[in-house]
Ligand binder design. Structure first.
Ligand SMILES: C[S@@+](CC[C@H](N)C(=O)[O-])C[C@H]1O[C@@H](n2cnc3c(N)ncnc32)[C@H](O)[C@@H]1O
Length: 194
């Protein structure tokens, strides 16, 4: 596999400095998984118009993957509530003027900057009207989903998962669940078509 982009390396270093877990561990927030970062980079690389957004910056790990891959004329805005993580993320992107790290409530700030070509919703309460923040053809991504086959036999999420119901229940989205190579984690991606 290719070397890590330098921005991603900087975000990893920042995560260690502020003690933000690089993997999903325990109950607190962590950086997205590397496979999610690579998937986000694939989507960001295809953004030919509009803005890329992220709710919940952390220290900028997912944003670093997207910013490393997005076309040179694209911009990314990412919003974080926690002061220390905002400072850390601003450090990561200090030499990258195309990335804006906003300190505030994610969906309040993102709604003021919509529409988005790509939106990684990874922090804050996702509003019911989130699809309105996408342009037609824009993509929405959620991670931290467990594939049904990896859930315990008695898990209620086998029958009822609000995230899956949202992605597959909104007629304006063409959606898919993408299972990551570890087969223990997946993400949901939807393209707004109307
Ligand atoms: C899972 S972490 C984000 C990881 C990051 N997206 C990445 O890919 O590395 C979730 C982040 O959302 C932030 N957060 C939680 N509620 C928020 C809100 N209402 N507005 C902005 N950020 C929020 C948390 O402080 C935390 O840093």
């Amino acid at each position: 596999m290719a070397d890590l982009p330098s921005l991603v390396q900087r975000a990893q270093d920042a995560a260690i400095a502020v003690r933000m877990p690089l993997r999903r561990e325990g109950t607190g927030p962590s950086c997205c998984l590397p496979a999610v970062g690579r998937f986000l980079a694939v989507l960001a690389a295809g953004c030919s118009g509009g803005l890329i957004g992220e709710a919940g910056t952390g220290v900028g790990y997912g944003a670093a993957w997207m910013a490393s891959a997005m076309p040179v004329d694209r911009r990314l805005v990412t919003v974080e509530l926690d002061d220390k993580r905002v400072v850390a993320a601003r450090g990561v992107f200090a030499d990258e003027p195309r990335v804006e790290v906003v300190h505030g409530d994610s969906f309040h700030e993102l709604a003021r900057r919509a529409p988005f070509d790509l939106l990684f919703a990874d922090g804050g309460n996702q509003p019911a009207g989130i699809v309105d923040l996408l342009r037609i053809g824009g993509r929405l991504v959620n991670d931290d989903v467990t594939p049904v086959d990896a859930l315990p036999a008695d898990s209620p999420y086998r029958e009822h998962d609000p995230k899956r119901q949202f992605f597959f229940g909104d007629p304006r989205l063409v959606a898919a669940e993408v299972v990551l190579p570890d087969l223990q984690n997946s993400l949901l991606v939807g393209t707004r078509v109307s």
